[in-house]
Design a protein around this ligand. Structure first.
Ligand code: FES
Length: 317
């Protein structure tokens, strides 16, 4: 995928766990246009290894002088978010991919219900700009741990003009998904971005209430889970790659210099799918792309998030 060289123009601490970064092109020219819900992948070179993490663009799509991303520090993850928090300073150069939108707003929707959990608020920040630009009917439901830890609440209150509903876990406030999704007019679309249990709950509730599949949209940017190290044999390339505990299989393949396709790097788009030729222990599927029966068959793996349960895997690459 082609990349863009950017410089970090500003870094701001939004909460003790969330930092906001303003990225501008190195030559000061406008950056490529994007639509609400798009993401970029940031490449980070850190002490002998490379992280590639996807982040949603939060700024207004009508302003391409800079891209805005926010990163939540995940201590338990493999290090990409820690690198962004500790090492990335104003003036530093980074490589990013062109924006891709895998979480776009439906142009046919009569109403949009946006549901965010924690840092999952970020894609909605740019989507709201798009919705406001066409005076669309929408509601934003934003759940977080506590008001002290919640990011961008004041900004959203101002932007959303009465269409923002907040739910703080610390105050036992919960979104009643059944109630929310049961009474929406025909032609409403629902969008969810947040932690996996929230995404699953929204998808299940909407499906159980009979929402058409085309009206349900989800995105989940979770760092690939860590796991046990294993070896992957790339049958066509004829090489064997070690996948360390804290690296995804996709990252290990890329690190070995083998070109592998990817887009979302979060187990959603299906672009990185590889055919499994052999496995000595089954697959730990962490994606939201393969169906349940495909997961059980263990014939495919999404290497951006999934791993083998065994010690060795052979894939068609
Ligand atoms: S890159 Fe999208 S599912 Fe792996």
């Amino acid at each position: 995928m082609s990349t863009i060289n950017v410089k970090v123009a500003a870094v701001e601490e939004v909460t003790p766990l969330i930092k906001h970064f303003r990225l501008e092109s190195e030559d000061g020219a406008d950056l490529p246009p994007f639509s609400g819900g798009s993401h970029i992948v940031v490449t980070m070179d850190a002490e002998g290894r490379t992280y590639r993490n996807p982040y949603s663009l939060m700024g207004s799509p009508s302003d391409t002088r800079a891209y805005h991303i926010s990163v939540r520090r995940q201590e338990s993850s493999r290090g990409g978010s820690v690198f962004m928090h500790e090492r990335v300073q104003v003036g530093m150069r980074l490589k990013i991919t062109h924006p891709v939108n895998l979480f776009s707003l439906s142009k046919l929707a009569h109403k949009h219900i946006l549901i965010a959990g924690g840092i999952g608020i970020t894609p909605f920040m740019s989507q709201i700009e798009d919705l406001k630009a066409v005076d669309a009917d929408y509601e934003l439901h934003y759940a977080f741990r506590s008001y002290e830890q919640a990011a961008f609440v004041n900004e959203l209150e101002e932007k959303c003009e009465g269409k923002l509903y907040c739910y703080a876990d610390s105050q036992n406030e919960r979104i009643d998904l059944t109630e929310l999704l049961r009474h929406q007019p025909l032609g409403t679309h629902v969008y969810v971005c947040g932690p996996s249990p929230m995404v699953v709950a929204v998808l299940e509730t909407a499906r159980n209430l009979g929402w058409p599949e085309n009206n349900i949209h989800h995105e989940e940017f979770s760092a690939p889970p860590v796991g046990e190290p294993f070896k992957v044999q790339l049958a066509r390339s004829g090489i064997e790659v070690e996948v360390p505990a804290e690296m995804s299989m996709l990252e290990a393949i890329e690190e070995a210099g083998v070109a592998a396709d990817s887009l979302c790097r979060g187990g959603v788009c299906g672009r990185c799918e590889l055919t499994v030729l052999e496995t000595d222990g089954g697959i730990q599927h962490h994606d939201h792309y393969l169906s349940d029966s495909e997961k059980v068959s263990c014939r495919s793996i999404m290497p951006c998030v999934s791993r083998t349960k065994g010690k060795r895997l052979v894939v068609d690459l």
